[in-house]
Design a protein around this ligand. Structure first.
Ligand SMILES: NC(=O)c1ccc[n+]([C@@H]2O[C@H](COP(=O)([O-])OP(=O)(O)OC[C@H]3O[C@@H](n4cnc5c(N)ncnc54)[C@H](O)[C@@H]3O)[C@@H](O)[C@H]2O)c1
Length: 311
């Protein structure tokens, strides 16, 4: 099988590529990535990389031509940091919305097989109680989430209008080695090991659900094979936890007292809680293999080694 992975030099992308190489060594992979600030191409090893923007039809066509027939597109390339989307949303519209449309256009033009679109739980917006299934409405609360919701609408339009074989996955918050240091877990782990204050937005009671990057990769592989065309799948984690409770665990595991946790001015429009029902994906045979609690010591060790994954 020939697989084109966009955003493969990013956090989730490089875990997906590594997982795919291990599980399906006979497949041909090509990564298309613009190598933004969030990318690290060195971790791709010998996996072929085409440097290019998903919003550039020429770059996308060149990637398709390099692979010959494309059996599967895993579309992960995106601008991903919510705070940056608040400060400068246009880049998010360009990469996440326009970029997805270009990918869909070229996939259709080149007769690609399945299109696996990587969306996010943030398209639902803040979920005050219980958990949402895939039929819940989109109420994105940040420019990032709005751009991802827009991208998803374009994917469904391509399914309905052109019969594209597309499937969407909506993962919870990812954790694992190699996440860009601006994201919550690396921020907290690095602050903990450096003896600095651990900053939490507002009252720290915002709830996030956490899923391992390796499990995102496993779920993507499962959906590539068994997902139903035109269907979205929530990828839930171990259940929502407050950011404060995660910071407390990091303090305990790194020998810091909880007084190191400090409140900083809240993010405008900060979604309070994300919580998804993952039973649709579970019905296909998915089960998480790694919990956040079991991974925190590794993430703290990664922070001690200045970002080098200890595994
Ligand atoms: N990490 C999470 O917690 C999480 C959770 C749910 C969904 N997602 C989704 O998963 C995907 C990957 O997220 P991530 O955390 O690995 O992101 P990341 O920011 O670590 O990596 C994004 C990658 O996309 C590339 N990229 C960005 N804009 C591009 C463009 N215009 N053209 C080509 N490449 C471009 C970057 O260079 C980078 O390699 C995204 O679509 C994101 O919305 C992430």
């Amino acid at each position: 099988m020939n697989v084109l992975v966009t955003g493969g030099a990013g956090f989730l992308g490089h875990h997906l590529v590594a997982h795919w190489r291990r599980e399906r060594p006979g497949d041909r992979l090509l990564v298309l990535d613009a190598l933004t600030y969030a990318a690290d191409a060195t971790r791709l090893g010998d996996v072929p990389l085409q440097v290019g923007d998903v919003g550039d039809p020429l770059a996308v066509r060149t990637a398709f031509e390099r692979l010959g027939a494309v059996d599967l597109v895993v579309h992960m390339a995106a601008e991903t940091h919510v705070d940056r989307s608040i400060a400068a949303p246009a880049a998010f519209v360009r990469s996440n919305v326009l970029g997805t449309q270009v990918m869909l256009d070229v996939a259709r033009e080149r007769g690609a097989g399945r299109f696996l679109h990587v969306s996010t739980d943030e398209v639902y917006g803040s979920i005050e109680t219980a958990r949402v299934d895939e039929s819940a409405p989109f109420r994105p609360g940040s420019p990032y989430a709005a751009s991802k919701a827009g991208a998803e609408h374009l994917v469904w339009a391509a399914v309905l209008t052109h019969g594209l074989d597309a499937v969407t996955i909506r993962p919870a918050n990812g954790f694992g080695c190699g996440q860009f240091p601006e994201k919550l877990l690396p921020v907290l782990c690095r602050a903990a090991v450096r003896g600095e204050p651990l900053p939490l937005y507002g009252d720290g009671q915002h709830c996030r659900d956490w899923v391992a990057a390796e499990d995102v990769a496993r779920a993507c592989m499962l959906l590539a094979e068994r997902g139903a065309t035109g269907t979205a799948y929530n990828l839930a984690g171990g259940g929502p936890r407050t950011n404060r409770s995660v910071a407390e665990d990091i303090c305990r595991l790194s020998g810091r007292g909880e007084e190191a946790i400090v409140s900083v001015a809240d993010r405008p429009g900060h979604d309070r809680r994300y919580a998804m029902d993952g039973s649709r994906l579970a019905a296909l045979g998915y089960a998480a293999s790694i919990t956040l609690e079991s991974a925190l010591p590794l993430l703290i060790e990664e922070a001690r080694q200045a970002g080098r994954c200890p595994r």
